[in-house]
Design a protein around this ligand. Structure first.
Ligand code: 8YV
Length: 320
């Protein structure tokens, strides 16, 4: 007998399933992460852990976990885990692909439209009692209709965004480490170099995971190459963007606006200058946050834990 750690409060219906197989140590708080020292201590007896992006699985954590068999990450991204090292320790790592694809794409398009049509600014304008008259260009924004949209990262989420953009008759181009003939044939997406994507897009939507290759990809030079009218959206990972370069680009009018679901520092530091910018819309990493999808993500983690503890292959392993 070991222990299953669950690092955030999730509904009882999920915990009960885990309690049916072993003792569960639940961090009974939905909003604050389990403190690191408590997590490390819990790992010493754990056979399985259900974690979120708030937990870092590094050498220290792995060394603290002699009996651990599975790390079930409640996210499709796994940049919080040293996967290679976990595999060296014979620990299975799982993530939650597929179940969140459509929901995350919906957030991507929502954020894009919110920035393009200045929805947040408009709502504040009304709330602040500034709506005194109609005016020809009052809060006028940009059309997504027939715009040139560059998608950086054409994985499942990138493709799901592209499918939705077809409804806007957008001209889609993409850049990815490998080409995707399905996106090219079915969605008419044009594969372009990163430079061409930067120079030609009216909207750039980043859905890329954080890897050695994508880290700081949107740097000073990248923002300089974008159109002055460009809108930059990030639903991938914060560290794909050099935030200082983004702030500079917005301040200097090198790009028109941005929408971010992910930041380098999460939760955002309230001193972050982006918070004061009218043309920056920031939401708190809610890409996959629909109730149904969050239920599915949690259930997938539970299923993976059940399978691995019973000696079977998990449904969604992260391969090294
Ligand atoms: C989540 C995510 O919103 O799956 C991911 O990689 O970034 C998001 O789906 C969330 O961080 C869940 O832990």
């Amino acid at each position: 007998m070991g222990k299953i750690i669950v690092t955030r409060k999730v509904p009882d219906k999920f915990i009960e399933q885990l309690e049916a197989i072993d003792t569960v140590e639940l961090w009974d708080d939905a909003y604050t992460p389990m403190p690191r020292d408590k997590f490390l201590k819990a790992l010493s007896e754990a056979t399985a852990c259900f974690i979120t992006l708030s937990e870092q699985i590094d050498e220290e954590a792995l060394n603290a976990a002699p009996n651990l068999k599975i790390i079930a990450n409640m996210a499709v991204g796994f940049d919080n885990i040293d996967v290679q090292l976990a595999h060296d320790h014979n620990i299975v790592v799982t993530n939650t692909p597929d179940v969140l694809t459509e929901t995350t794409a919906e957030l991507g398009v929502s954020l894009t439209l919110s920035v393009a049509r200045r929805i947040v600014e408009a709502e504040r304008y009304v709330q602040e009692g500034k709506w005194q008259s109609w005016s020809p260009y009052l809060l006028a924004g940009k059309d997504l209709y027939r715009a040139k949209v560059g998608i950086f990262g054409m994985g499942d989420i990138g493709k799901a965004v592209a499918r939705r953009l077809k409804g806007f008759e957008a001209n889609i181009m993409y850049h990815n480490r490998s080409r995707h003939s399905d996106a090219e044939e079915e969605l008419g997406a044009l594969y372009v170099s990163f430079d061409t994507l930067l120079k030609n897009s009216d909207f750039i939507i980043c859905t890329a995971p954080l890897t050695e290759e994508t880290k700081d990809k949107f740097d000073k030079q990248a923002f300089e190459k974008m159109k002055k009218e460009a809108i930059f959206i990030n639903i991938g990972r914060g560290a794909v963007v050099d935030e200082e370069a983004l702030i500079h680009a917005l301040n200097e009018g090198q790009i028109w606006a941005c929408g971010l679901d992910v930041l380098r520092e999460e939760p955002i530091n309230m001193a972050n200058p982006l918070l004061k910018m009218k043309n920056a819309v920031i939401v708190p990493h809610i890409g996959s946050a629909s109730i149904v999808t969050r239920d599915r993500m949690i259930q997938l983690c539970v299923d993976n834990i059940k399978l691995v503890l019973a000696g079977h292959e998990p449904l969604t392993p992260v391969r090294g």
